[in-house]
Design a protein around this ligand. Structure first.
Ligand SMILES: Nc1ncnc2c1ncn2[C@@H]1O[C@H](COP(=O)(O)OP(=O)(O)O)[C@@H](O)[C@H]1O
Ligand SMILES: [Mg+2]
Length: 256
């Protein structure tokens, strides 16, 4: 579990096992950070230890913003990671007892305009809907991250969004910040399933939720971004995550 807790260590172990991880370095807080940014063009800044997207800034392209993002991440953890921004879909793969049980695409919170409501009103509505659907687990915070994301889409909180226009309001796909999750287990490319099992073995962890970024869930390409040692097993309907977990705990009653 501690191997999953520290993202730097997770990266190291997965890379050593021959798995693809985004290019990354520990933030040094000096010119080395700017050189890394120049090299990769667009970075993600994240606390080495953290979860639910807290303290993460996605899509940093200028040095001033980089410095700010490192400060934001430092509030959560003194060790900060700079990673190459990897485009693509966010997928969560649940592996129990080194077998894939479920895979889901996760999407950042987004709102769609009605031509009558402001972005703030739409967020409020969507947030209530997400909270109701998840027993309060998923909500859209209105903070700097949200304001920046909306500004990048060309809007402001008090502006009316045109009917039918959809804009993202967060840049991380975490469920806790209003993200949505969609089961894709049946469509997962076999190579992605294999990679997920290899990752669970490399970390030697019996229950894990792997976060992958992929250009296409039906293709073999991927980068593993993190491993969650306490994944939400209830978010993967209709896949039998709870059943497999019980089978792991009580192998003599397992159906095999
Ligand atoms: N290298 C990256 N490139 C693009 N997006 C990323 C990258 N790393 C993280 N993200 C985005 O941020 C989210 C949270 O990052 P993650 O490493 O999973 O940390 P957390 O423990 O907070 O979930 C991801 O689900 C993804 O949407
Ligand atoms: Mg994650």
């Amino acid at each position: 579990m501690s191997r999953c807790d520290d993202k730097q260590q997770t990266r190291r172990l997965l890379a050593a096992a021959g798995l693809a991880v985004p290019r990354g370095v520990a933030a040094a807080g000096d010119a080395a950070d700017r050189r890394f940014l120049e090299e990769v063009g667009e970075v993600v800044v994240k606390p080495a230890r953290g979860e639910q997207g807290a303290g993460i800034t996605v899509g940093v392209t200028d040095p001033g913003h980089l410095r700010e993002a490192v400060e934001v991440a430092r509030v959560h953890c003194p060790q900060v990671l700079l990673e190459e921004f990897v485009p693509g879909e966010d997928i969560r793969v649940i592996v129990i007892d080194h077998r894939v049980v479920a895979a889901a695409v996760r999407r950042p919170a987004a709102v769609t305009g009605t031509g009558q409501h402001t972005v703030a009103e739409l967020i409020d509505k969507q947030s209530r809907r997400r909270a109701a659907a998840t027993g309060g687990e998923s909500r859209i915070p209105v903070d700097d991250h949200t304001r920046d994301t909306i500004a990048k889409a060309g809007y402001a909180l008090d502006q009316v969004l045109p009917e039918g226009a959809t804009i993202p309001v967060r840049r991380t796909a975490n469920l806790h910040t209003g993200g949505t999750i969609h089961d894709v287990t049946a469509r997962l490319h076999p190579a992605l399933a294999e990679v997920s099992v290899e990752a669970s073995r490399a970390l030697a962890i019996p229950v894990v939720g792997l976060d992958l970024l992929v250009p296409d869930i039906e293709g073999p390409d991927y980068a593993v971004i993190e491993a969650n040692e306490r994944p939400g097993l209830a978010n993967h309907e209709p896949q039998p995550t709870a059943e497999r977990f019980l089978d792991l705990l009580f192998p003599r009653t397992a159906r095999g």
